[in-house]
Design a binder for this molecule. Structure first.
Ligand code: OGA
Ligand code: NI
Length: 333
């Protein structure tokens, strides 16, 4: 396995392979915090109003934050603690704890899925594991830190409920059925160690998530930025909130009505950052295509129809190059 950033970053200045070409560097490190990214109170009782708020946010930003979402705050705090403890383990322990499943439903990687071929690397380690069905997956999850399974099991169960609730609001808002589609549920625990020079590198390059939705637990450390109206804006950490974003498959299914928003993560020289993405994705065989009810003579299909597994191959090949991806998926060629 490639060497995890966290296993060597304390000893060195920024290696050349992490220095981005000038046009991809973060530029200004302090961008405005996006206080216009909607914060939606899920505790509200007017469902029609909630659906409207969620749909508008997904159309305009592809991002919103949710509060009063029902996931207990102590569970969120405990999960964040064990995520940090996991990434603080030795590289050897991390390798052992992520090799319990021969089918690799739990693994650790660094930078991106293209580490071997990418021109430059990103300052990030990621722990990934499947979350459903829980009773089948949990046996392959880390056993160190000792409370990992005990805390992350209930955490993923709660976040899964929340994710399905939000996906249901979105499908009602679009007037389509996404029922049964959120088949794959994975957790990606990102760790962005202290970085010697945040101006030259990124924790995660500009990308759109290849999933229906992501329910992100960001710590109290800022780092996430969204590309909106040709500008990068920061997503403010709000205590006990989740950041929700819609991904590419929803952009395709909604025939461009919803946005898979481009985002990235900047690094930090004072404090390490840990975040956890809970991804709800289609099953491999699901056809990803514009919903029939959203296509007519005046709204032609903007995207080709592809099984999700083929979508993913194109996605990984074009990672961080959204123009190339749009060309690969669009009907306009
Ligand atoms: C991701 C992602 C953002 C963050 O996991 O796809 O964009 O703040 N994470 O770590
Ligand atoms: Ni992302």
């Amino acid at each position: 396995m490639e060497h995890l950033v966290s296993s060597w970053c304390n000893d060195r200045s920024l290696p050349e392979s992490y220095i981005l070409p000038p046009e991809k560097r973060p530029g200004k490190l302090t961008v405005p915090l996006a206080n216009n990214i909607p914060v939606i109170d899920l505790g509200g009782h007017d469902q029609t109003d909630l659906i409207q708020q969620i749909l508008e946010a997904s159309q305009e930003f592809g991002f919103f934050q949710v509060i009063n979402h029902g996931v207990p705050s102590n569970l969120m705090d405990e999960a964040m603690s064990v995520f940090k403890e996991f990434h603080a383990l030795s590289a050897k322990d991390k390798a052992i704890e992520t090799s319990k499943d021969p089918n690799k439903s739990c693994f650790i990687y660094t930078s991106s899925h293209n580490y071997a071929t990418e021109k430059f690397h990103f300052w990030r380690d990621g722990l990934v594991h499947h979350c459903n069905p829980l009773e089948k997956c949990i046996q392959f999850w880390p056993e160190k830190p000792p409370r990992y399974r005990e805390v992350v099991g209930p955490y993923t169960a709660e976040v899964s409920n929340l994710a399905f609730r939000i996906l249901e609001f979105i499908s009602q808002g679009l007037g389509i059925s996404l029922g049964g589609l959120g088949a794959n549920q994975t957790l990606l625990v990102n760790h962005y160690p202290l970085c010697p020079d945040p101006s030259l590198t990124l924790g995660l390059g500009k990308h759109i998530d290849p999933v229906f939705i992501n329910i992100l637990l960001q710590s109290d450390v800022y780092g996430l930025q969204v590309f909106k109206d040709e500008e990068w804006v920061g997503v403010e950490p709000i205590p006990n909130a989740f950041v929700v974003n819609t991904g590419y498959p929803l952009q395709i299914i909604s025939n461009g009505k919803l946005k898979g928003a481009e985002h990235r993560v900047v690094t930090n020289s004072n404090v390490a950052r840990t975040s956890a993405s809970y991804f709800l994705s289609p099953s491999n065989e699901t056809l990803i295509e514009p919903a029939k009810s959203l296509v007519d003579a005046s709204h032609p299909a903007l995207y080709k129809s592809l099984p999700y597994k083929d979508f993913l191959i194109k996605y990984i090949a074009a990672f961080t190059d959204s123009k190339a991806l749009e060309e690969a998926l669009s009907t306009a060629v």
